[in-house]
Design a protein around this ligand. Structure first.
Ligand SMILES: [Fe+2]
Ligand SMILES: [Fe+2]
Length: 293
C-alpha cells in the first residue's frame, strides 16, 4: 500500500449513456437503484462543497493546503456535473427524478446554505460547522470510493461498463483527495466535539436521504409492479459484494471518531491512480486535453 501525495487535477470526463440499460446491474433493480441514489445526492451535494470551500479559501494559511483545496474544488465540480448528466437518461427511460432532486436541492441550498447572518462570530460558526460536515461526508465518499474500486462482484455480474467507469473514476478521485477535507477542518478548527457532532448529523442525513432515494427509485421504476427497498435487501447486497457491507459500514464509524483518525488510513492512493491511468473516461479526457495543448 502506498499513499504518497499526488497533485490533484480535475479530469474533464464525459460519458455517453445511450447504451446503458435502466437496470445497469442485470436483473438487480434494487442494487442498481441503491447505487443510482448517488446521481440524486451528488450533483447538489458536491456543488454545495464547492460553494462552501470558495468562501473558506481566504482563511487558509498554508500554501500546499490551499493548492489541495483548489484541486479538490475542481474535482468535485466535475463529479457533480458528471452525475447530473445521468439524470436526463433516467428520465428518457421513464424514471423522472425531479420530485426527489427538488428536495435534495432544498436540503443543500436552503437548509445548509448561507444563512442571513451578520459578519462575525455567528457567520464564522456556521462556516466552520459546514467545513466539519464536509470532512465527515468525505469520510464516506472515500469509504465508498475504496469500496467500488474493489467491488469485483459488479464486474462478475456484468454491470454496464460505462456506469462502472463513472463510479470508479469518481471513486478513485475520492480516494485520491480523501485527506483534503479533513486536513482543512483540522487546519481551521479541529475541535473534537465539533467533529463528533457533525459526524452524527452527516451520518443521519446520509442514511435518511439514501433510503428515501432508493425507495423513490424502486417505487417509480416503470418496469416494477411493486418495487420496494428494504434494509434486508441492502444487507443481502452487502453480503454478496454488490453493495458495501453493513459490517464494514459500522466499523468505519469508530475509525472516524477515534482521536488518531487520518483519512490516509482509508484506501490506497496507488490503486486509485492506477485505475485513473486505465479508466476509459479519464484516458479519453487526457487525450483531449493533450490534443488541445
Ligand atoms: Fe466527488
Ligand atoms: Fe470528494
Amino acid at each position: 500500500m502506498s499513499n504518497k501525495r499526488v497533485t490533484l487535477k480535475a479530469r474533464q470526463v464525459s460519458f455517453a449513456w445511450d447504451d446503458t440499460p435502466l437496470h445497469w446491474l442485470p436483473d438487480d433493480p434494487f442494487t442498481t437503484h441503491t447505487i443510482n441514489v448517488l446521481h440524486l445526492l451528488l450533483p447538489a451535494g458536491e456543488r454545495w462543497f464547492v460553494h462552501v470551500y470558495k468562501q473558506v479559501l481566504p482563511f487558509i494559511r498554508d500554501d500546499r493546503l490551499r493548492e489541495d483545496v483548489i484541486g479538490f474544488i475542481g474535482q468535485e465540480a466535475m463529479h457533480s456535473q458528471a452525475h447530473d448528466e445521468v439524470l436526463p437518461h433516467l428520465r428518457e427511460q421513464g424514471l423522472d427524478p425531479t420530485p426527489y432532486t427538488a428536495q435534495v436541492d432544498w436540503f443543500f441550498e436552503k437548509l445548509l446554505g448561507d444563512r442571513t447572518l451578520p459578519p462575525g462570530r455567528a457567520r464564522q460558526w456556521w462556516l466552520m460547522e459546514r467545513v466539519a460536515l464536509i470532512a465527515a461526508i468525505e469520510h464516506y465518499t472515500a469509504f465508498l470510493g475504496n469500496w467500488v474500486l474493489n467491488a469485483d462482484e459488479l464486474d462478475r455480474r456484468g454491470a454496464d461498463p460505462t456506469m462502472l467507469d463513472l463510479l470508479r473514476w469518481h471513486g478513485a478521485e475520492e480516494v485520491e483527495h480523501r485527506s483534503v477535507a479533513f486536513e482543512l477542518f483540522m487546519h481551521l478548527d479541529g475541535g473534537y466535539r465539533r467533529r463528533a457532532r457533525t459526524w452524527a448529523t452527516a451520518f443521519t442525513a446520509l442514511i435518511f436521504l439514501w433510503q428515501r432515494g432508493a425507495r423513490f427509485f424502486m417505487e417509480n421504476d416503470p418496469t416494477l409492479l411493486d418495487g420496494k427497498a428494504s434494509f434486508k435487501a441492502f444487507y443481502r447486497g452487502g453480503k454478496e459484494g454488490v453493495l458495501p457491507s453493513t459490517g464494514d459500514m459500522l466499523r468505519s464509524i469508530p475509525r472516524y471518531l477515534s482521536r488518531g483518525y487520518h483519512p490516509e488510513q482509508e484506501g490506497d492512493t496507488e490503486q486509485a491512480v492506477a485505475y485513473l491511468a486505465t479508466s476509459p473516461a479519464a484516458t479519453a479526457a487526457e487525450a483531449r486535453e493533450g490534443a488541445a495543448r
